[in-house]
Design a protein around this ligand. Structure first.
Ligand code: NAP
Length: 242
């Protein structure tokens, strides 16, 4: 029997670092991704090279039916097992001032964040409640805490994640399932590759972008036994921003 951790958007960036870290912690990691199979296979190979275990489970987190189909298939092929850790990490940015923002940019960002939040969490939660043990970590953003201009869609989506984290944590605490949110500032990944790091780091008290591995270390702690009494929290990892 394995202990499974599902990490959405684990082919690249923060999700990949979280997947690699949780595999080192002893979980069999279920690597979700959308379309970049080559990158997902690299994550899997890196985990296996370090002596860990991983499986690929592609689906679009913005598509409830695709989520249900993929997770039901996973259940069918893993009889008697359940997912103990869920990291809702997959996300996208479509920045623009609200006055110029088109419907697609609003809905794509909202759906990618909130559709998966409902369908995936809803699907895996019953197994955690039955086991009286579980960890859910939602990757939000300081944009969802403070709001950032040009990110009304993204700030709204991440604030939804934070509200859900707080409400759900209170529902499931008695069953020893913790639910927390992590709110990164600027982290060096593909998502921030188009930003002017030289200019932006002047606004960060720590004077640099964060590393995906630093976010992964925080997620690892929140998933550990030692973090059993931490729930419903939003923990910033932003070099002093926010
Ligand atoms: P990234 O480097 O752009 O990677 C995004 C990951 O999400 C990829 O694995 C991608 O899969 C996956 N993904 C995107 N849309 C998906 C969908 N519809 N279904 C399934 N998977 C999907 O992003 P990142 O910087 O690591 O960000 C990870 C999370 O941290 C996001 O929620 C982001 O909002 C949050 N965050 C990031 C920063 C930052 O500065 N980087 C700051 C605050 C919060 P494919 O490879 O298949 O495309």
């Amino acid at each position: 029997m394995s202990t499974y951790a599902l990490v959405t958007g684990a082919s690249r960036g923060i999700g990949r670092a979280v997947a690699e870290r949780l595999a080192k912690d002893g979980y069999t990691v279920i690597i979700n991704y959308h379309s970049n199979t080559a990158a997902a296979e690299e994550t899997k190979a890196a985990i296996e090279a370090a002596g860990g275990k991983a499986e690929l489970l592609p689906f679009d987190v913005a598509d409830g039916k695709a989520i249900e189909a993929a997770l039901s298939q996973w259940d069918a092929s893993h009889e008697g097992e359940h997912i103990s850790v869920l990291v809702n990490n997959a996300g996208i940015r479509r920045d623009g001032l609200m006055v110029f923002m088109n419907e697609a940019d609003w809905h794509d960002v909202m759906r990618t964040t909130t559709e998966g939040l409902y369908y995936i969490t809803h699907h895996v939660l019953s197994g955690m409640l039955r086991a009286r043990k579980g960890r859910i970590v939602n990757i939000a953003s300081i944009s969802g805490v403070s709001g950032l201009p040009g990110q009304t869609n993204y700030s709204a989506a991440k604030a939804a994640l934070i509200g859900a984290t707080k409400a759900l944590s209170k529902e499931v605490a008695a069953r020893k399932v913790t639910v927390n949110a992590v709110a990164p500032g600027f982290i060096a990944t593909d998502m921030t590759a188009d930003l002017d790091e030289g200019e932006l780091k002047k606004t960060i008290p720590a004077g640099r972008f964060g590393k995906p591995e630093e976010v992964a270390a925080l997620v690892s702690f929140l998933c550990s036994e030692e973090a059993a009494y931490i729930t419903g929290q939003v923990i910033a990892i932003a070099g002093g921003m926010g």
